[in-house]
Design a protein around this ligand. Structure first.
Ligand code: FE2
Length: 209
């Protein structure tokens, strides 16, 4: 080996992502499922990134009752933890940031999907999986979310067969993920009798950015 074996190696401009399966998932699942499906029946929803499927209005999950309040509390805890890890990685002391939250529910049935998008005008985005639906029999968990390298120049040119240009995460009940809002992602078409039910959210650091 030559002299460069001792050269300094670093990887600049990485992307943070925090994931956690909440321990009260089973406890929250029935109430969230019941309330979200009831709200879906009574409200037409909005069309945003969803192709088919149902996307509720944005807000603080008021239609999800006590279970919704628990999820909102989990969302803040995830944002604070992700921020704490980021500050620590940047060798900065911990501090409390001021978040504005917008959350909504999604129901995807067979054939429904979410096209590739980012979440504009916010800081962290994320998802909580209430129910992944019926996964195909050969898959371990439900219909995945697919993340793409936000640096297209890199993903098109820099050893794309070696450096991953996209990453799949398969949902399971209670899984929450949080990531920078600029990170492009899409949701694969769902298949199965049971719908894929999730809660998505944006947290904007005030004053933004
Ligand atoms: Fe999204």
């Amino acid at each position: 080996m030559g002299e460069t074996v001792n050269a300094n190696y670093t990887n600049l401009f990485t992307t943070p992502l925090l994931s956690h399966v909440w321990s009260d998932a089973e406890q929250l699942r029935d109430e969230l499922t019941g309330r979200i499906l009831a709200h879906e029946k009574a409200h037409p929803g909005v069309t945003n990134t969803n192709v088919g499927g149902w996307h509720s209005e944005g807000g603080r999950l008021d239609f999800c009752g006590e279970a919704g309040r628990r999820v909102v509390s989990h969302i803040y805890e995830m944002a604070d933890e992700a921020t704490r890890r980021l500050l620590s990685e940047c060798k900065l002391p911990p501090r409390t940031l001021n978040w504005t939250l917008e959350a909504w529910a999604n129901v995807n049935r067979t054939g429904n999907f979410n096209r590739m998008h980012t979440h504009a005008g916010t800081t962290w985005s994320g998802t909580y999986y209430v129910d992944p639906g019926d996964p195909p029999p050969d898959e371990e968990h439900g219909t995945p979310i697919h993340f793409f390298d936000p640096c297209q120049g890199r993903s098109n040119t820099f050893m794309p067969l070696i450096v991953p240009i996209s990453v799949l995460i398969r949902p399971e009940p209670g899984l929450m993920i949080i990531f920078p809002s600029y990170l492009p992602h899409m949701v694969f078409p769902h298949h199965g009798n049971r719908p894929r039910i999730s809660i998505a959210f944006n947290l904007r650091n005030e004053p933004f950015p």
